[in-house]
Design a protein around this ligand. Structure first.
Ligand code: A3P
Length: 272
């Protein structure tokens, strides 16, 4: 449905259609070579998915253009996702669904909330976000789809000791994509030639992904996503929050951030 209220799953706000499909997520049986991509929304899910699809296809661009990203690397919580596909993005700091390997990507919360605000406007499965001031409050209180950013990033950060988990940051990927792709390759135990790395980096750059119909979500029905309100591939930068937060909003956000990150050694770069 369009612009309906969110439901609640284990106390976490979520789209009703995803809640309906939840039994399928719980029934998911990971294979020994499965890889789970886990992210809070708007943290670089699509970017990381495209990088991994390129890695899994040895840099074969044609194979990575065969279908839309959300079909090639399906969301586990989306009805119709094939439960044996190799790279389903997850959502909650839950059990990791038994996947032997997990790659998590986090992004600083100020850029996440701005990206999310535009996404709420263009993607019609969300309730109307109202004014930015209102949406900021909802975000800080975890009253947005997928719940609290703080719990998500902290929950997965604590898990990185226990399991085979690579914890990445959007800001690092922006600053030095080559180094981050090398990290992923090393984590997966894959060696590829320099030419392939170059192809992966080119194909997954913001400019390339923005014009790639298999990556930019433009094949989604316009009843679900209206790119004329805000394109899915919007800016792809770090620090855009500065163009949106007032000084007072920023101070309030900083105080809230400090309270909710207290006692954690997890650090975010608010710009690069
Ligand atoms: P902005 O709205 O700030 O532009 P997700 O895929 O998790 O929904 O995240 C979407 C955000 O990642 C959007 O941020 C989008 O522009 C950005 N993004 C997608 N591909 C990217 C890329 N190749 N490089 C940089 N940012 C990218």
């Amino acid at each position: 449905g369009c612009r309906e209220e969110l439901g609640s799953l284990h106390g976490i706000p979520l789209y009703k259609s995803f809640i309906e499909g939840w039994p399928q997520v719980e029934a998911f049986q990971a294979r020994h070579d499965d890889l789970l991509i886990a992210t809070y929304p708007k943290s670089g899910t699509t970017w990381l998915s495209e990088i991994l699809d390129m890695i899994y296809h040895d840099g074969d661009v044609e194979k990575c253009r065969r279908d839309a990203i959300f079909n090639r690397v399906p969301f586990l919580e989306m009805k119709g996702a094939h439960p044996t596909d190799p790279a389903p993005p997850g959502l909650l700091p839950g059990e990791g669904l038994g996947c032997p390997q997990v790659i998590y990507m986090a992004r600083n919360p100020k850029d996440v909330v701005i990206s999310y605000y535009y996404f709420y406007q263009m993607a019609k499965m969300h309730p109307d976000p109202g004014m930015l001031a209102e949406f900021l409050e909802a975000f800080m209180n975890g009253k947005v789809a997928y719940g609290s950013w703080y719990e998500h990033v902290r929950g997965w950060w604590e898990k990185r000791q226990e399991k085979q988990l690579l914890y990445l940051f959007y800001e690092d990927m922006k600053k030095d994509p080559r180094r981050e792709v090398q990290k992923i390759l090393q984590f997966l135990g894959k060696e590829v030639v320099e030419e392939t790395v170059a192809r992966i980096l080119h194909h997954t750059s913001f400019q390339e992904m923005k014009k790639n119909p298999a990556a930019n979500y433009e094949t989604m029905p316009s009843s679900l996503m209206d790119h004329s309100l805000s394109p899915f591939m919007r800016k792809g930068i770090s620090g855009d929050w500065k163009n949106h937060f007032t000084v007072a909003q920023n101070e309030r956000f900083d105080r809230h951030y400090q309270q909710h990150m207290a006692g954690s050694d997890l650090c975010f770069q608010m710009e690069v």
